[in-house]
Design a protein around this ligand. Structure first.
Ligand code: WT7
Length: 637
């Protein structure tokens, strides 16, 4: 498969960029033309950022799975679509060709149909990183059901919240999931979650770990039994449901500055075009290359760059079940060696953690197949960037530091591998089609170079979110109301003397812990569920490996006689309410919190203390009780 819209030189980048600004509709129509549409669109774009109301390719009819599967069968039928590497290196890997994947997706799509799932229904997917997860996702898309994948690290409570918000009617899960030396009892977590979820009528359970599970009569079904039924029916084909370009494809929940995660909604046509365009261009994918993204499908990176981007491009995508440090810190490099991986896309937190093991785990691995490297999820520090460049890429491979968000659907600001310049710590330049702008507090544009501001986008792009599920007003206030006529990213950003962008981190109350997005309010709510807690305040602080760590200031009802035990108890509460990823790294018991006279917590001060900047707290005279700051400083962890 050739990609006519793949940028091949610096000049072409500049030309395309100019064109995309002067004639965005013409630009995107040219890209969209290279997909399979049942019916071509009437209009490329209709939009306003006020409501917001953004529609791409209206009138267009398509099914994303016909673009990911059917259209490749003639030429790529025997080409590996997914290479799957299990958690345990001793277990056999699997290679699933485009034809196999097509058959399996159709089969499972028929299972969903047999169980009453229809176009527009919401299906919650809570599985480990096995091929059946990709199959489940694509099977939903095949019949027009809206998938909502929930990361395997979330607790029963978090899943229940997401299922209820989406009113999902069916859940797809596994008996368990292998991750490193852990065996996560997914089905048992689902059983707990479903106690309060009457919308769920069926649960399909795929066998992976053979962990004993309890199956509820009339509700729970085995994946394998259901497949057998379809086989008995003679494996009928499953025609793809014809979808409107603006029909919902999926919901993915993400954290914001309030306590409740929001369901980011992506639609079929624009998302498909954008995931593919950004994949093909950023990584300069060439037919035959083996591409490995280490993300989990539970996050947007897995949706766009393990499943939809690569598969719509006919690429070979490697899916890894385990973690980079199991059975040892050389695992990623062994996988690169074993499958002759050409493109490796990973996260700064993984690089930093592996750096800590030195070069031993790297040394005897053959990494000569690598051609391109990528980073995503958080700012990459220069030390990690250089280590990645020198010791993994052996100085030969470009690194793309890709900035984007769940809400943007795909990569926005990034070098183009081997074509545009890279700069350690910088996401560098916007892809053609993307118009970033920096603004000050009042929303005035900050022009010129060598400036700092809040990062916004001033023109729509096909992959952007359309709404937050069931609450459009929340979408408006979160992203489109801070500044008139701009999409606000929530990130601070620097534009250097050459016009290159460097993301400096969130400017709202959202933390980025090991690339996972967590709202401080969510963690506070969870801590406050503990019976002994009166109040809490959570801030982020710099952490060597995680990027940001979680620092919690907690007021308890009475002096605890065993503070360590109380801490453990609080951690367990957070684990139960949100999941282990949200556990604070530090808990400091305090007798009060610095508040303004109107009762607002002064997080700025707490952040400074957590960072260890004790002499530089700024004006504390407006505080209700300035003495509390001294106490917090004295007992700082
Ligand atoms: C937030 C979005 C993008 C998929 C994974 C995370 C931060 C993301 C970078 C980068 C600096 C980055 C931003 C952004 N972020 N990529 N290359 N450099 N920061 O998606 O969970 O929606 O988080 O991650 O702060 O707003 P997400």
């Amino acid at each position: 498969m050739a990609y006519p819209y793949q940028i091949k030189s610096l000049e072409e980048y500049q030309q395309n960029y100019q064109q995309s600004v002067m004639d965005p509709e013409g630009f995107w129509a040219n890209v969209a033309d290279h997909f399979y549409w049942r019916r071509k669109w009437d209009k490329v774009l209709e939009w306003n950022f006020k409501d917001p109301d953004v529609k791409w390719f209206t009138g267009g009819k398509l099914n994303i799975t016909e673009n990911c599967l059917d259209r490749h069968l003639g030429t790529l039928g025997n080409t590996p679509a997914i290479i799957w590497e299990p958690n345990d290196p001793e277990e056999r890997h699997r290679v699933i060709t485009y034809r196999d994947l097509y058959n399996k997706v159709c089969q499972f799509a028929n299972v969903l149909k047999n169980n009453g799932v229809k176009k527009g229904d919401r299906v919650c997917i809570y599985m480990g990183m096995i091929p059946e997860l990709a199959i489940a996702v694509l099977a939903c898309a095949r019949i027009g059901a809206i998938h909502s994948v929930v990361f395997g690290g979330f607790s029963a409570q978090s899943i229940a919240d997401r299922i209820q918000d989406a009113q999902a009617s069916l859940v797809i899960t596994c008996d368990g999931a292998f991750r490193g030396n852990k065996d996560i009892p997914l089905k048992s977590v689902i059983d707990d979650a479903l106690i309060g979820c009457p919308s769920v009528k069926k649960v399909i359970v795929c066998t992976r770990t053979r962990t004993p599970v309890s199956m509820i009569k009339g509700r729970d079904l085995w994946w394998e039994d259901e497949i057998k039924q379809v086989e008995t029916m003679g494996n009928p084909p499953c025609p793809a449901e014809e979808m409107d370009a603006e029909d919902m494809l999926f919901i993915l929940y993400t954290s914001g500055s309030t306590g409740k995660p929001k369901g980011v909604v992506h639609t079929c046509g624009g998302y498909m075009v954008y995931a593919n365009y950004t994949f093909v261009n950023t990584f300069q994918y060439q037919p035959g290359e083996v591409y490995f993204c280490t993300a989990d499908v539970g996050w947007i990176t897995g949706h766009s760059y393990i499943i939809y981007g690569p598969l719509s491009a006919g690429a070979t995508t490697l899916m890894f079940e385990g973690v980079p440090t199991y059975p040892d810190a050389g695992r990623l490099w062994s996988i690169v060696d074993k499958f002759r991986v050409n493109i490796l896309y990973t996260a700064p937190t993984a690089i930093r953690s592996l750096m800590g093991y030195g070069l031993g785990p790297v040394n005897h691995k053959d990494l000569s197949s690598l051609k391109k490297l990528g980073s995503v999820g958080e700012p990459i520090n220069e030390e990690a960037w250089h280590w990645f460049k020198d010791h993994i890429g052996k100085g030969r491979c470009p690194i793309v530091d890709t900035w984007w968000q769940t809400e943007t659907g795909g990569i926005m600001i990034t070098p183009i591998a081997g074509i545009t310049k890279e700069k350690p710590g910088y996401a560098t330049l916007p892809l053609p089609g993307i118009q970033p702008i920096l603004v000050d507090e009042k929303g005035e544009e900050i022009k010129g170079n060598n400036v700092n501001g809040n990062l916004c986008i001033k023109f729509p792009w096909p992959g952007m979110l359309r709404t937050t599920y069931g609450d459009h007003e929340r979408c408006r206030t979160t992203y489109f109301a801070t500044y008139d006529n701009l999409y606000f990213t929530g990130d601070g950003c620097l534009r250097d003397e050459d016009g290159y962008y460097r993301i400096t981190g969130r400017v709202d109350d959202v933390l980025n812990v090991s690339g996972h997005r967590i709202g401080t309010a969510e963690v506070e709510n969870a801590i406050n569920m503990h019976a002994g807690v009166v109040e809490s305040a959570v801030v982020g602080y710099p952490h060597d490996i995680k990027g940001q760590g979680i620092y919690a200031y907690v007021i308890t009802e009475r002096q605890t006689h065993d503070p360590e035990l109380t801490k453990k108890d609080i951690l367990q509460t957070v684990s139960r309410i949100i999941g282990p990823i949200a556990k604070p790294d530090k808990i400091q018991f305090v007798s009060g919190l610095p508040k303004t006279r109107s009762g607002k917590i002064m997080r700025r001060i707490l952040r400074k203390i957590a960072e260890g900047e004790l002499d530089n707290l700024g004006d504390t005279s407006t505080l209700l009780d300035p003495a509390v700051v001294e106490e917090i400083k004295r007992s700082r962890l």
